[in-house]
Design a protein around this ligand. Structure first.
Ligand SMILES: Cc1ncc(COP(=O)(O)O)c(C=O)c1O
Length: 414
């Protein structure tokens, strides 16, 4: 099976936009088509990611986890080692270059976990754009360190206090802004969702992860992995690593969603797994949404802000329908246990999002042969989750420190 970048993937995808955005979408689609056909663009893109973000990211052999689970060899693709701490920087560098080509002066973006917001604020500073980031109030609270850094990098962060106060509302507000400022502004959407060409554009830019991984596997292990496991919010890190392997039928691809408080509860963010999502059109595209019988979006839940979203990439919905990708769901608790184990056994602090992929790998590894290889895409590092980990681990020393810090506000002498 070969994946072709298109506006529709089976019956999923498309573009359902207000008339006023017709011009910017045409301009973006044409620019995307041009850069896709221009090998120099990709070379420039790779060069910036090499010198600015530290790509290629390595593959680390998780020797202690492998020994612990006594099954398949566990390898970790280290997207956490990117500048700004996750895979989000790839898409942001690429779309930043596109925005320059289109002569835009301002970047706007939505963010859930704040990783995309930080990456956009970073590239806005580097390439000289002004920048506004939309973020749900709940996400801004649970990812406070990232809000701090976005502002220090020069971005305006607007907290959305309506609706579910998470990623869905942040996307709606970003579109509202774009409708009012279509000329000078580029909406730098952070995942492989939304109206065409965003799913294809983001998937194409993130395909750098899988291209590197394939080269590294062949060079260092002389074979491809048996399975690749990645977490799914909108779908950018999973598609980023999966795409290069879609044609290799022997490589299993597993997309991991957030089961939140449990598969059998209403508090999760599952759209692909267990038929929890149904086909609908929202936010300008057609995909599987977590919605009720009347098409009203339901409230999602996950401890990982980046997985807490009602829609999913139309490309993933299609690949799951075609049975090329398997899906699974991991609960908050399972993700937390996996994060702790990875810290203790490998000295790696994963983002809560990435911990979902690790947890799935830990379920599968013991059932597999020692000759098998599982490659986990570690999409980001857990520094941003310090307050969440503090609460979730119920760390008394940390909580006392926070209280004392809040009580002793010191004015800067600089
Ligand atoms: C570290 C990390 N991993 C995964 C995700 C999920 O997004 P996506 O499915 O687009 O990779 C996010 C989103 O914010 C993230 O910050």
């Amino acid at each position: 099976m070969k994946l072709k970048y298109d506006s529709y993937y089976g019956s999923f995808g498309g573009r359902f936009n207000p008339e006023i955005l017709h011009g910017v979408f045409t301009e973006l689609t044409e620019t995307f088509e041009k850069v896709k056909a221009d090998n120099n663009f990709w070379l420039e893109y790779e060069k910036i990611l090499k010198n600015y973000s530290g790509r290629p990211t390595p593959i680390t052999e998780a020797t202690n986890l492998t020994a612990h689970f006594k099954g398949a060899k566990i390898l970790i693709k280290r997207e956490d080692l990117n500048h700004t701490g996750s895979h989000k920087i790839d898409n942001v560098v690429g779309q930043g270059l596109l925005a320059q080509r289109m002569g835009k002066k301002r970047l706007i973006a939505e963010t859930g976990a704040g990783q995309h917001g930080v990456a956009v604020a970073t590239i806005a500073a580097k390439l000289g754009f002004s920048c506004t980031i939309y973020m749900g109030e709940i996400d801004a609270k649970r990812q406070r360190p990232n809000v701090f850094w976005m502002e220090k990098l020069g971005a305006e962060v607007i907290e959305i206090k309506s609706g579910s106060r998470t990623l869905k509302e942040a996307i709606n507000e970003a579109f509202r802004d774009w409708v009012n400022n279509p000329k000078d502004t580029h909406y730098l959407l952070g995942t492989a969702c939304g109206p065409h060409p965003f799913p294809s554009l983001v998937a194409w830019l993130q395909s750098i992860i899988g291209k590197e991984a394939k080269r590294q596997m062949i060079k260092d292990y002389q074979k491809l992995p048996t399975k690749i496991i990645a977490s799914v919010g909108g779908g950018s890190n999973s598609l980023g690593i999966f795409q290069e392997f879609i044609e290799h039928k022997e490589v299993g691809l597993v997309a991991v969603e957030a089961a939140g408080l449990g598969v059998d509860t209403d508090n999760h963010s599952m759209r692909l797994t267990a038929n929890k999502g149904t086909v609908g059109i929202a936010q300008g595209y057609k995909t599987l949404f977590f919605q009720d019988e009347e098409g009203q979006m339901r409230k999602t839940h996950s401890i990982a802000a980046g997985l807490d979203y009602i829609g999913v990439s139309p490309i993933l919905a299609y690949l799951v329908e075609k049975k090329r990708i398997d899906c699974a769901a991991i609960s908050d608790k399972e993700a937390l246990i996996a994060a702790k184990l990875t810290m203790r056994k490998e000295g790696i602090i994963p983002a809560l999002e990435s911990a979902h992929a690790l947890a799935q790998a830990f379920k599968e590894a013991p059932k597999m042969d020692k000759k098998d290889i599982i490659l986990v895409n570690l999409s980001g590092r857990g520094d941003k989750d310090i307050f969440n980990f503090g609460d979730l681990f119920f760390d008394k020393k940390w909580q006392t420190f926070i209280k004392q810090k809040a009580a002793n506000q010191i004015e800067s002498k600089i």
